[in-house]
Write a protein that binds this ligand. Structure first.
Ligand code: GBH
Length: 514
């Protein structure tokens, strides 16, 4: 890659002055634009029509104080009853695909295939049929954080039998939808599932067994992914020609300065946060990164364990995992600045194993969520890192988004989306094989333990209204324009009092404040 490309990137992203790059970059016609959601965050109907309890139902019912605004997913955006409106919104924006997830306990309440909940499946039949009627490609996530509680009672993802339970679930879903769904995502963000749910208590099930349960979980979740991939490959691929991938959180990390110890700490952190999930599938040797294995093994022995807390992958497991994805689903939100840390973390823990501290540049614009800052060059750097380390895999951006307060004029979201899309176009020009972009999220929803106060929607949801009324934000109109034109230009919607579909609307002229 030429240095001129880097300068062009920096100048377009406003990071160097005096360089004008006026080239108009266009998304190819085949590029897929979509939006995403997840079952627990939007569906509601937590106990209707035979649905079983999920770990998130249990988690927030038992710990209502965890969510500052006191909300939970019992009703959420009530998509269970409003899927037609949801698809109408997709049509309004003109998206190519809709990424949503299936709730395992809704369709298999016991967790096992002995009980198939027809009524639960009916909801997904309806949604998928509605999408297909309007030529919107369904992109289905099998697992987006909501395990059947009954399986958690058996240890959940810490139990290696979970690999087989998940394979059975995948078979039931593939059998039902393989003829209609071409894009499959097995797992959403193994790092969130395991580090936050098993190594901490900020996500369900809140096992909080640091440096132990998280690593066990990572191994099992990756293997469950691989088993589902192989199942599709063996029994469905030749007939239906679909694509199966996994969504991984690939945020970027820069060293806070160029001190050698911080540069090295950052490289190690990238192996812990990205390599851990990508190496087993995309690296030629198909294993956890060597540096991660070395660090955890050394610490474990010092701590009195007889062997590493990081489980090993057998030759057979490595073979199963290697190349077990047709595409990399990349979820990208932000960038962290990394510094070597000598502070005391709980021991053992993932934090202690890595030994770094994080910060973010105060010049980066911040979203409503405290962890989310805009640094668009980060997506470019992350994509280049993936190319260099994993030999140009096929990528679909399966999540990228921004949070605000309530309000329809969400200029900060529009700005963030445009900045990141421009950086994405540059990465594609420099060789990244990116086939699609999925904005997170279609509409406001339950942002896990942050409730409904951090709003990620292109559509606002009025949670106080009976029908959870949805209204397009400025970002939805801009997204429609980008999808139509295939370029990111400076168009802004006229602030008329009609909405995206021509309906009259009362809009406040006030910008959405963070
Ligand atoms: C994704 O996770 C999820 O896939 C999606 O469901 C979610 O709605 C979206 O992003 C927005 O968050 O509050 O400091 O403890 C992104 C990873 C994991 C980032 C949880 C924020 C909590 C950090 N998110 N994490 S903190």
């Amino acid at each position: 890659m030429a240095w001129t490309a880097i300068i062009a990137a920096l100048s377009i992203l406003g990071l160097v002055e005096g360089w004008t790059d006026t080239k108009i970059r266009r998304f190819p016609d085949s590029f897929m634009f979509g939006v995403g959601s997840a079952a627990y965050q939007v569906e509601g109907a937590w106990n209707l029509d035979g649905k079983g309890e999920s770990i998130w139902d249990r988690f927030l019912h038992e710990n209502p104080d965890l969510v500052p605004d006191g909300t939970n997913g019992d009703v959420a955006s009530d998509s269970y009853h409003h899927y037609k409106r949801d698809v109408e919104m997709l049509r309004e924006m003109g998206v190519d695909h809709y990424r949503f997830s299936i709730s395992w306990p809704r369709v298999m309440p016991s967790g096992f295939p002995n009980q198939i909940n027809e009524q639960g499946f009916q909801y997904y039949d309806n949604l998928i049929n509605e999408l297909l009627t309007y030529k919107i490609e369904p992109m289905v996530t099998l697992y987006h954080f909501d395990l059947p509680q009954r399986l958690q009672d058996l240890g959940g993802w810490a139990n290696p039998l979970s690999i087989g339970w998940c394979e059975d679930y995948a078979r039931v879903v593939f059998d039902r939808y393989a003829s209609k769904v071409k894009y499959w995502i097995t797992m959403n963000q193994p790092n969130s599932i395991c580090l936050e749910g098993y190594g901490d208590s900020i996500m369900a099930p809140g096992v909080d067994m640091k440096g132990i349960a998280d690593y066990i979980c990572i191994k099992n979740v990756l293997l469950a992914h691989a088993k589902a991939y192989r199942l599709y490959e063996r029994e469905y691929k030749s007939k239906y020609n679909g694509f199966v991938g996994i969504s991984v959180s690939v945020n970027w990390a820069n060293p806070i300065n160029n001190k050698t110890e911080n540069v090295q700490a950052t490289e190690e952190y990238r192996e812990f946060s990205i390599g851990m999930y990508l190496n087993p599938i995309w690296s030629p040797y198909g294993d956890f990164p060597q540096v991660v294995k070395d660090i955890v093994a050394k610490k474990s022995l010092k701590q009195g364990f007889f062997k590493s807390r990081l489980p090993t992958l057998s030759a057979e497991e490595k073979k199963l995992l290697k190349k077990s994805a047709d595409f990399l689903g990349m979820n990208h939100y932000t960038t962290m600045l990394v510094k070597r840390s000598f502070q005391q973390y709980p021991s053992p823990s993932y934090q202690d194993d890595i030994g770094v501290e994080f910060s973010q540049d105060t010049n980066w614009r911040g979203a409503k969520s405290s962890w989310l800052k805009s640094y668009a060059f980060g997506i470019y750097k992350a994509l280049l890192h993936i190319n260099q380390n994993y030999d140009y895999p096929l990528i679909i951006i399966t999540e990228h988004g921004w949070s605000t307060n309530a309000g329809l004029w969400d200029q900060s979201r529009v700005q963030c989306m445009k900045d990141y899309m421009r950086a994405l176009l540059l990465a594609m020009e420099d060789g990244s094989r990116v086939a699609g972009y999925t904005a997170w999220s279609l509409m406001d929803n339950l942002e896990w333990a942050s409730g409904i106060s951090e709003r990620f929607g292109l559509y606002e949801v009025d949670f106080d209204s009976e029908d959870k009324k949805r209204t397009a934000r400025e970002s939805a109109l801009v997204y429609r324009h980008i999808i139509e034109e295939r370029v990111v230009d400076d168009w802004t919607p006229p602030r008329l009092d009609i909405d995206i579909s021509g309906r009259r609307l009362k809009r406040s002229k006030k910008n959405t404040e963070l």
